[in-house]
Ligand binder design. Structure first.
Ligand SMILES: Cc1ncc(COP(=O)(O)O)c(C=O)c1O
Length: 507
């Protein structure tokens, strides 16, 4: 392009440059944008001298300041450059070759195959278990957040804002806010028989982060972790995404059932949910606990205990943690406030053996640069003032009632012909279906009808052993909606009930 035509080029475009709201942008902004695009696309070649701001302003019929603004902005961003005594030139920002390739790039967004995910990334996204719907009948694992005592929280929050100390507003200390670590240690010692002091408790953003930290600090790429089969999808995803190989170990009525062949190949990690197996709900027997602890100690494997919801046990007292039985310091214990408070809080804790505490504190800060100390201070007060314990007590009673209503609804529609598992504790139960029943199709149809249900088979790593069933959360379903919502689900189950299975009673 010859310099003589630059003013025409600008005049044509400036008039038509309207912003998204249909408003004309300031002229200095329009000149800047047109020139920037022209330089980027090489419509103005590298080295081209631009007219002086005075000349261009006259040609365009604008003030000189208007052009100067555009030139200066483009110079500061590197699109134009000035050469002492000679004027303003198009800068050599991008080698021609690369700019050419960029021009040739398709205008449409790349498909997933083209976005260049790593193998780990593709696997993570391909098998993702996360669901965008996080509320409503029968979303598993969600507490009734509408009953959270907001007023108490807001009073505590105001108290801290009034005092607003710098330490609450900067990055977190290694390990998190000390008074919260103390409150958690006190709570865990009493309620979960966890052997710990505050120094061993690290505040994380939840179990996902606790697991990520533990696996990164203690495991190397390619090392193996035994995981329960079935297990929580998050466990599998976190471990695999950092290169830890997950080895499925079946679960029976006593918990993780190691076979002789498994014992011959010791893993680096053993990930278990001993108090309430996820998703089947079994409790690990004492003899399995002992076997696991002895095995981990002799093989120098790390047990990672996921104690995600054992505060909610309805028929008996919550069972003590596996960590509390460990004399060899091989257990890392993970807990969360996602179920006892609300999931959006994103606060959990990791209790590590004494010897690991300092390095884990450093690792936590180094990797995630923790914050949220302000929320941690509110939570500490919430616990110390007794609101945490009373909220759990209140919710436990309510969830027990909802569980009862769900059980009644199941019995009303199916009598004894459909078994359930895992309904003694937690926030969900699993409804067992015949092996030739398509639990995924039921869930898809349920979703079309506004019900959120998870297929049990999707929690298995080994498709051959996958049991069919439905995961039903009841905690977050208002009591009066449980019966009607289950009636809708029962109709869908009937429609998908396999012809060869024992017939369901007519409702
Ligand atoms: C077994 C299990 N572990 C961990 C989590 C997630 O915990 P967090 O919200 O603290 O990451 C869940 C959530 O449902 C779970 O079921």
């Amino acid at each position: 392009m010859r310099i003589a035509s630059l003013s025409d080029f600008l005049l044509q475009r400036i008039d038509r440059t309207l912003d998204a709201g249909g408003q004309r942008q300031p002229v200095n902004r329009q000149i800047y944008q047109v020139l920037r695009e022209a330089v980027w696309s090489h419509a103005l070649p590298v080295g081209l001298q631009l007219p002086s701001s005075r000349y261009l302003a006259l040609e365009l019929g604008v003030s000189r300041n208007t052009v100067t603004y555009a030139y200066e902005q483009l110079i500061s961003e590197g699109y134009l450059e000035t050469r002492a005594g000679s004027g303003t030139f198009v800068a050599d920002t991008v080698p021609d070759r690369i700019a050419g390739a960029a021009n040739a790039a398709p205008a449409v967004p790349p498909s997933r195959d083209e976005v260049g995910l790593s193998q780990r990334g593709a696997r993570l996204v391909g098998q993702a278990g996360v669901n965008n719907v996080q509320w409503g009948a029968f979303m598993p694992g969600i507490p009734d957040v509408t009953l959270f005592p907001n007023k108490i929280w807001s009073r505590l929050q105001n108290k801290h804002w009034r005092r607003s100390r710098a330490e609450l507003l900067t990055y977190a200390d290694a390990g998190g806010y000390l008074p919260l670590r103390e409150a958690i240690a006190n709570y865990l010692r009493v309620a979960r028989s966890v052997n710990c002091s505050a120094g061993q408790v690290l505040i994380t953003t939840g179990i996902h982060q606790s697991m990520d930290l533990a696996a990164r600090l203690l495991g190397d790429h390619g090392e193996r972790a035994w995981v329960e089969d079935p297990c929580y999808w998050g466990t599998r995803s976190v471990l695999q995404s950092i290169g830890i190989e997950t080895v499925p170990i079946p679960v029976d009525g006593e918990g993780m059932q190691m076979r002789p062949a498994d014992l011959l190949q010791p893993p680096r990690f053993i990930i278990v949910t001993p108090s309430h197996q996820y998703p089947l709900g079994t409790v690990m027997s004492l003899s399995r606990r002992r076997t696991l602890l002895d095995y981990a100690a002799t093989q120098r494997a790390w047990i990672i205990e996921d104690d995600y919801d054992s505060e909610f046990r309805y028929a008996s007292r919550p069972l003590p943690s596996l960590q509390g039985m460990d004399a060899q310091e091989r257990v890392l214990y993970m807990g969360t406030f996602s179920k006892t408070m609300f999931p959006g809080l994103r606060v959990g804790y990791l209790v590590v053996p004494k010897a690991l505490a300092p390095v884990f504190g450093t690792g936590l800060s180094e990797l995630y640069r923790g914050g949220q100390t302000f929320n941690q201070a509110i939570l500490a007060d919430f616990m110390v003032e007794g609101h945490f314990a009373s909220h759990i007590r209140r919710m436990r009673m309510l969830y027990a009632e909802r569980l009862h209503l769900l059980r009644d609804a199941i019995a009303q529609h199916f009598g004894g012909s459909v078994a359930t598992t895992g309904g003694e504790a937690g926030l969900h139960l699993a409804l067992c279906l015949p092996q030739d029943c398509d639990d995924l199709a039921i869930c898809q149809e349920a979703a079309r009808q506004g019900l959120t249900v998870r297929p049990l088979s999707r929690y298995y790593m080994d498709a051959r052993s996958a049991r069919r069933g439905l995961m039903l959360g009841y905690a977050a379903v208002p009591s009066e909606q449980i019966g009607p919502a289950f009636a809708r689900l029962a109709a869908i189950i009937r429609a998908y009930w396999p012809a060869g299975a024992a017939p369901l009673p007519t409702s």
